[in-house]
Ligand binder design. Structure first.
Ligand SMILES: NC(=O)c1ccc[n+]([C@@H]2O[C@H](COP(=O)([O-])OP(=O)(O)OC[C@H]3O[C@@H](n4cnc5c(N)ncnc54)[C@H](OP(=O)(O)O)[C@@H]3O)[C@@H](O)[C@H]2O)c1
Length: 306
């Protein structure tokens, strides 16, 4: 089968599409023929070897956490899913960007026909992360929440889920994303100049919560400049700041459950949630995908198609 692989830790140029042995589904697993696989910033430090002690990779190594496809076979003991089912989900083995992936069935949910393959392949990691972050700050109707990187893969879902919780949402993003944010009921603020002052002007009252999807000082800004209770700040990026200021840092580890993914899929299917797709590229363009991703100005998701 074809799979995204790399033979040594390094930059984007180590990525290639190569031949790999077909995986076999083990007990409790399904073998999925992948149609779409998401790309995520978290893939980058793993490929670069920054997390080699935590996630040592045998080479050639695979890549990716998100996938959507069709079940081709099931391993012993699987009753919940059957061959031919259209599914989406996540794997913790960093091998989702491949034609065939063996995945525990409790990491998969059914894909309704109304959800496209590229959206299904894009949703899992950012969806469960956004869900966890919004739940962590316990929004109440009419409260004001600030979201950094509000138009990125995680942020674009955070702002929509926060609006669904009834909050007023101020989204920090580059100017080119402001019309999308306004269309989704979000008040946009640019990320240069005196950001805290711009947020205060947009809020015109107290800021009750902050969800940080970017790092680089947004947690400190929330505590010290916007006077947000640290217990109502969640960062999915900046663990050092979370520790220093006593904020939450809930992300995928708290949200990665099939029932969460299924809840998000039902919202997508009902047209009540949108996953913006920046690009859906053939898997052969994997280096282009990560070149764009690593510029860190994407609106929504870049997906690899098989
Ligand atoms: N903890 C977890 O479980 C978890 C899970 C998933 C992701 N993450 C992390 O969450 C972060 C976001 O992931 P993602 O998938 O949303 O990334 P992404 O899609 O690449 O989005 C990055 C966003 O950052 C924005 N940005 C750039 N400079 C900014 C600035 N100075 N201030 C505010 N926003 C700025 C960009 O928007 P503009 O074009 O507007 O600049 C872009 O939309 C990454 O660091 C990722 O590793 C953590």
């Amino acid at each position: 089968m074809r799979a995204v692989q790399f033979d040594a830790y390094g930059g984007i140029d180590v990525l290639r599409v190569g031949d790999a042995p077909d995986p076999e589904p083990g007990p409790g697993e399904a073998l999925v023929r992948v149609r779409a696989a998401g790309t995520n910033p978290d893939d980058v430090p793993i490929r670069e070897g920054m997390l080699a002690e935590l996630f040592p990779r045998p080479f050639p190594a695979g890549q990716g956490s998100d996938l959507a496809g069709v079940i081709e076979a099931v391993g012993p003991g699987v009753t919940r899913m059957s061959i031919g089912a259209h599914v989406l989900g996540f794997t913790h083995r960093h091998d989702a960007q491949a034609e065939l992936v063996a995945v525990p069935v409790h990491h998969l949910v059914r894909k309704p026909a109304s959800v496209s393959w590229e959206v299904a392949g894009a949703l899992p990691l950012v969806g469960v992360t956004a869900w966890a972050a919004v739940h962590a700050v316990q929004l109440r109707p009419r409260e004001t929440v600030v979201v950094s990187a509000a138009a990125g893969g995680v942020g674009s879902l955070v702002v929509q889920l926060a609006r669904r919780a009834g909050a007023r949402v101020i989204g920090i993003a580059g100017r080119h994303h402001h019309s999308w944010l306004r269309e989704h009921g979000v008040t946009p603020v640019e990320h240069h100049g005196d950001i805290a002052e711009a947020v205060r002007r947009a809020a015109a009252g107290p800021v009750h919560a902050l969800i940080d999807c970017y790092g680089h000082g947004y947690v400190r800004m929330g505590v010290e400049e916007l006077d947000v209770d640290p217990g109502r700040i969640d960062t999915v990026v900046d663990m050092v700041a979370a520790h220093r200021f006593g904020t939450k840092n809930r992300g995928q580890a708290s949200g990665a459950h099939a029932h969460v993914l299924d809840e998000l899929v039902q919202l997508l299917s009902a047209g009540e949630l949108e996953v913006p797709i920046a690009a859906a590229l053939p898997v052969e363009d994997v280096q282009t995908a990560y070149r764009v991703l690593e510029e860190h100005h994407t609106h929504g998701k870049i997906v690899l198609m098989f």
